[in-house]
Write a protein that binds this ligand. Structure first.
Ligand code: GLN
Length: 304
């Protein structure tokens, strides 16, 4: 398969789709990102990598960070994480708290905002600086020491984090948040404001495609069972309440962020990342989803 030709074809084919989504501006610092950016990257287990467009430009990974924090938590706490958060799709927006009170402060899954807060709360119970732990993990996975936080985006979100703060307090009321809420929110905004390129993300996602042992990293990052389970949660919860149509159109596990990135995994084969800042009504990249739909169709890599 000529992946380079496929990526270059996709970059061209998605051009008419620009202008139909909306760049996220509820975090003001994200609103100034140029809408026309597009990058896509593929990483194979044998080390070969392919990319097109703005594939080396770092952008705000936002909720894609939830995938890496879940990995850290599963590595340290194993199945205990599922006492704090469920593994069912929510059917609601990523920042909805409508079910949270009805379900006694236990969020539906680790990828919606309340679920990510509960997951991070568990990680913060470990000794040591959680921000460093997250940054070091991303740098290790992406094999890139320059992966860092964008302080402006972090501060901007922190100033506008009323909904996330409300969720954290509600969960604390149900004893499902144990840390100080201010410290939790600051660390959450830090993880969301980390910046990576699609080339970084594709490499960082590789262990999920290789049963947890990445030949490129020459390390076992996750157990086979953890990689399998995280892919399952991505498939069922990674794209919020459009996860059904994403499975229908694209057919592989994926995790999106409101920065316009999507990291998708073809289990056993490869990791694919795409970035285009305009979002659909569900908060997922509009052009990015179309690009991944083309990718799995052209390369026959839908799992279905
Ligand atoms: N930082 C964002 C928020 O909490 C992440 C949401 C997302 O990327 N879907 O709202």
């Amino acid at each position: 398969m000529d992946y380079q030709a496929v990526l270059d074809y996709i970059a061209e084919a998605v051009t008419p789709k620009f202008g139909k989504g909306r760049v996220a501006d509820y975090i003001p610092a994200l609103g100034s990102v140029p809408a026309g950016k597009f990058g896509m990257a593929v990483q194979l287990p044998d080390g070969s990598a392919f990319k097109t467009g703005d594939a080396d430009e770092p952008f705000s990974i936002q909720s894609i960070s939830k995938l890496f924090v879940l990995q850290l938590v599963m590595s340290h706490f194993g199945d205990m994480v599922w006492t704090r958060v469920g593994k069912e799709p929510s059917g609601d927006r990523f920042n909805s708290m409508i079910k949270l009170e009805m379900e006694h402060g236990v969020p539906r899954n680790p990828f919606i905002n309340p679920g990510a807060l509960a997951t991070l709360d568990l990680l913060m119970s470990l000794k040591g600086d959680t921000k460093h732990r997250i940054q070091n993990y991303l740098r290790f996975l992406a094999m890139n020491e320059s992966v860092s936080v964008n302080e402006t985006v972090m501060r901007s979100e922190l100033e506008h984090a009323n909904l996330n703060r409300a969720m954290a307090h509600l969960m604390k009321g149900y004893d499902n948040i144990h840390m100080d809420v201010d410290a939790l929110l600051e660390t959450y905004c830090f993880q969301c404001a980390m910046e990576m390129s699609v080339a970084d993300l594709a490499l960082a996602g590789l262990p999920l495609a290789t049963g947890g042992h990445s030949p490129v990293h020459d390390a076992s990052v996750l157990s086979v069972s953890q990689a399998k389970r995280i892919n399952a949660v991505m498939l069922t919860c990674g794209m919020y309440d459009s996860v059904g149509s994403f499975a229908y159109r694209v057919g592989i596990p994926a995790k999106s962020g409101v920065g316009g990135g999507i990291l998708a995994i073809v289990p056993g084969k490869m990791s694919v990342a795409v970035w285009s800042p305009e979002l659909d009504a569900f908060g997922n990249s509009y052009v990015g989803t179309a690009a991944l739909e083309l990718f799995t169709s052209l390369t026959h890599t839908s799992i279905f």
